[in-house]
Design a binder for this molecule. Structure first.
Ligand SMILES: *[C@@H]1O[C@H](CO)[C@@H](O)[C@H](O)[C@H]1NC(C)=O
Ligand SMILES: *[C@@H]1O[C@H](CO)[C@@H](O)[C@H](O)[C@H]1NC(C)=O
Ligand SMILES: *[C@@H]1O[C@H](CO)[C@@H](O)[C@H](O)[C@H]1NC(C)=O
Ligand SMILES: *[C@@H]1O[C@H](CO)[C@@H](O)[C@H](O)[C@H]1NC(C)=O
Ligand SMILES: *[C@@H]1O[C@H](CO)[C@@H](O)[C@H](O)[C@H]1NC(C)=O
Ligand SMILES: *[C@@H]1O[C@H](CO)[C@@H](O)[C@H](O)[C@H]1NC(C)=O
Ligand SMILES: *[C@@H]1O[C@H](CO)[C@@H](O)[C@H](O)[C@H]1NC(C)=O
Ligand SMILES: *[C@@H]1O[C@H](CO)[C@@H](O)[C@H](O)[C@H]1NC(C)=O
Ligand SMILES: *[C@@H]1O[C@H](CO)[C@@H](O)[C@H](O)[C@H]1NC(C)=O
Ligand SMILES: *[C@@H]1O[C@H](CO)[C@@H](O)[C@H](O)[C@H]1NC(C)=O
Ligand SMILES: *[C@@H]1O[C@H](CO)[C@@H](O)[C@H](O)[C@H]1NC(C)=O
Ligand SMILES: *[C@@H]1O[C@H](CO)[C@@H](O)[C@H](O)[C@H]1NC(C)=O
Length: 579
């Protein structure tokens, strides 16, 4: 509930800020720019509702909804015409956020070009006619400092962004239907999001043959149709903080020149056709917090240097590849690690008993929220696809809370180390489909934040420890198809799970009925989730967050806590636990 209070407080703060600034200077609108705005409005649909105060009679266009002027010159500098899906944000539309809550449509009128001082243009989340964007528009916008036309239905090719008078440019063209090859960009573009479009072909035109050092910090090309190898041309891209190339058809190896990316904090290559080993060159990317290489065809061993050189890692996701060998004990040195997903590989030998050195999984961080990374333009939020309860979801807005170990579907053997029960902050533990033997650690009840436990399809024996009934937040349990025996601890919440959580053992007692002690149950239906990495929900991966400040007038537009993802019930209860 504190968050709501904080939100309201911030909104109040923000709206005051706007009032003050707008009140003090009273810029007057420039006549030619007013008429340009009116002509621009003429070609828009639904503008009579949304832009009701954009009228010839209303002289000062600097006070129109969505319009911001330079306080000294009166020139229009910013147009905030993105629509919002957030009811709370649009409720504050008059004072603070000034976001529209109905979608604009129609066509782009060239009158926009008369706004010579425009540096910020947000037309996101509207519903423009799917025809090609006129050439004048690209020519004009490549000199802005901020362009956001994401979440529309624009289509056609995107020309190169090579002219740019400004020292920086943030470009968000994501969630449209753009096609053709990737546009080349000038060295001054600092953030580029082309994700969720139909861009195709290779990345080499885009990436290679650069003469100057590029300033790009955020590169998001995920969910397109890119193919060919990831070019070995990263030498000039040392400013990159985040790279997102998920859900394409990229092949070949992870290139060695990525060693130049010494500022890189987030690398997502999920769901491509990459082969080969994790190259030693990545050991130079010592700032990495997130490494997501899942759902490729990578092979070889998990390199021990990962635990030593990449000491800041918070998230490791190597699932659904062909890694073999043992889990290196050096991994235990990653004291910030919260998410370790090595599922669907061919890892063998024991689970390292030093696993309780992963101290971030011991503490519970009460600060709800996203994992964010700083760039010169603000920060952006990370998200990642994780499997819980056999369902793959994109996690973003509660990522900071999640502590997860998923080693399922490997070839691990030996016992579950007793030390594992030291990870008392863990929310989800999945060791299913391995060759684990021995007992369930007697102290498992100490891991009292656990919500999901899957130990199914191993060779675990002995009784279910009494302490397991102390896992009061448990909402998903699967112990099926082991060699467990004895009575299921009774009079506990373990009875609230269905019998399918226990079948395939020699257990008895409720919830197993006399008729179905489960020992002779049919073979389990393998769910093969790992190969179909499907994003449960589409979330904007790259959202510049307000804490860091960015543009004047932009600061209050989006508040991260207003975003909601769809939740698995498992994670949903995490939130209720915190509030
Ligand atoms: C807003 O909601 C509409 C309708 O549900 C949806 O089509 C659109 O993608 C949403 N936009 C964003 C940015 O979530
Ligand atoms: C889109 O524009 C074309 C011509 O530019 C027009 O024929 C068509 O009716 C428009 N579609 C919508 C949905 O406005
Ligand atoms: C694009 O801008 C350049 C210079 O800014 C100009 O020479 C050119 O004619 C413009 N092209 C179009 C199609 O407007
Ligand atoms: C980049 O920005 C600098 C400083 O504003 C400017 O001098 C330079 O021309 C720009 N470069 C390009 C390629 O646009
Ligand atoms: C995107 O464009 C392609 C080809 O023009 C078309 O088949 C497809 O339906 C479009 N998708 C959307 C979501 O409009
Ligand atoms: C992906 O690339 C491979 C070659 O690397 C090609 O055989 C395959 O058809 C491509 N798949 C798609 C969906 O484009
Ligand atoms: C990568 O690290 C090695 C060893 O620390 C160092 O010698 C090399 O110069 C680094 N490469 C780059 C491009 O920083
Ligand atoms: C685990 O932590 C202990 C105590 O901090 C330390 O002595 C040991 O070397 C660590 N083991 C690994 C593999 O990091
Ligand atoms: C798994 O790894 C072992 C060696 O550890 C190897 O013999 C076996 O062929 C691998 N299996 C698969 C399916 O890759
Ligand atoms: C919780 O997270 C915040 C922000 O990421 C960090 O500053 C703090 O040290 C963390 N606390 C613990 C106990 O890990
Ligand atoms: C599991 O590992 C053993 C050696 O530890 C190996 O002989 C066996 O082939 C592996 N099984 C699979 C399915 O890879
Ligand atoms: C662009 O607009 C969308 C939808 O309004 C928003 O989610 C996204 O964060 C914006 N992009 C940037 C870079 O600010």
């Amino acid at each position: 509930m504190d968050f709501v209070a904080t939100t309201l407080f911030l909104m109040l703060l923000c709206s005051n800020m706007f009032c003050n600034c707008k009140g003090i200077s009273e810029p007057t609108c420039i006549g030619t720019e007013r008429s340009a705005l009116l002509r621009f409005k003429q070609d828009l649909k639904h503008s009579s509702n949304m832009l009701a105060d954009w009228t010839p009679g209303n002289q000062d266009c600097c006070k129109w909804v969505g319009v911001f002027c330079d306080t000294a010159t009166g020139h229009v500098t910013e147009l905030h015409l993105g629509s919002s899906n957030d009811t709370i944000a649009s409720a504050g539309a008059h004072g603070s956020s000034r976001r529209l809550n109905l979608k604009l449509g129609g066509e782009l009128n060239p009158a926009l070009q008369d706004l010579k001082s425009l540096s910020y243009l947000d037309l996101s989340n509207n519903d423009f006619n799917q025809t090609q964007i006129p050439h004048w528009f690209w020519n004009f916008t490549s000199n802005l400092q901020y362009l956001n036309i994401s979440w529309n239905r624009f289509q056609g090719k995107v020309p190169d962004f090579l002219t740019n008078y400004h020292a920086s440019l943030v470009l968000d063209l994501s969630f449209n239907n753009f096609t053709g090859s990737l546009p080349r960009i000038s060295s001054n573009v600092t953030a580029l999001d082309l994700s969720n479009n139909g861009f195709s072909g290779s990345m080499s035109q885009f990436l290679c043959h650069k003469k100057h050092m590029m300033k790009l910090e955020v590169l998001s090309l995920g969910a397109n149709l890119l193919s060919g190898q990831i070019p070995d041309c990263w030498e000039k891209w040392g400013s990159l903080v985040a790279i997102e190339l998920c859900d394409n058809n990229l092949s070949g190896k992870i290139p060695g020149s990525m060693e130049a990316l010494t500022s890189l904090q987030s690398l997502h290559l999920r769901n491509n056709n990459l082969v080969g080993e994790i190259p030693g060159s990545l050991s130079n990317c010592t700032e990495l917090l997130t490494l997501d290489l899942s759902a490729n065809h990578l092979s070889g061993q998990i390199p021990p240097w990962m635990g030593q050189r990449l000491s800041k890692l918070i998230i490791i996701s190597l699932g659904s590849n062909m890694f073999h060998g043992r889990i290196p004990s050096q991994i235990c040195g990653l004291t910030s690690l919260q998410i370790l997903d090595l599922s669907h590989n061919n890892l063998s030998a024991n689970i390292p008993s030093c696993i309780n050195n992963l101290t971030a999984m011991i503490t519970r961080n009460e600060s709800n929220g996203r994992i964010s990374y700083k760039t010169s333009k603000g920060c952006f939020f990370d998200n990642i696809a994780l499997t819980m309860k056999g369902v793959v979801f994109d996690y973003s807005s509660t990522l900071k809370l999640i502590r997860l170990v998923d080693l399922s579907d490997n070839n691990l053997s030996g016992e579950i180390p007793e030390e594992m029960t030291g990870l008392i902050g863990l929310l989800s533990l999945n060791l299913s489909r391995n060759h684990l033997v021995g007992k369930i650690p007697g102290n498992i009840g100490a891991m009292n934040t656990l919500e999901c436990v899957d130990l199914s399809e191993n060779r675990l024996s002995g009784e279910i420890p009494e302490s397991m009934s102390r896992l009061t937040f448990l909402s998903y349990l699967n112990l099926s198809y082991n060699n467990l025996s004895g009575k299921i601890p009774s009079g506990t919440q373990l009875q609230s799970f269905s019998s399918s959580s226990f079948v395939g053992n020699s257990l008895y007692g409720p919830p197993l009925t006399n008729a179905s002690t489960g020992s002779k149950a049919a073979a389990p239906i393998s769910d093969n989730v790992g190969e179909n990495v499907v994003a449960g929900t589409k979330v904007n991966w790259f959202v510049i967050c307000l804490e860091c400040g960015f543009w004047f007038g932009f600061v209050c537009v989006a508040f991260p806590l207003l975003f909601t993802d769809k939740w698995d019930s498992c994670v949903f209860s995490i939130r209720s636990l915190i509030f």
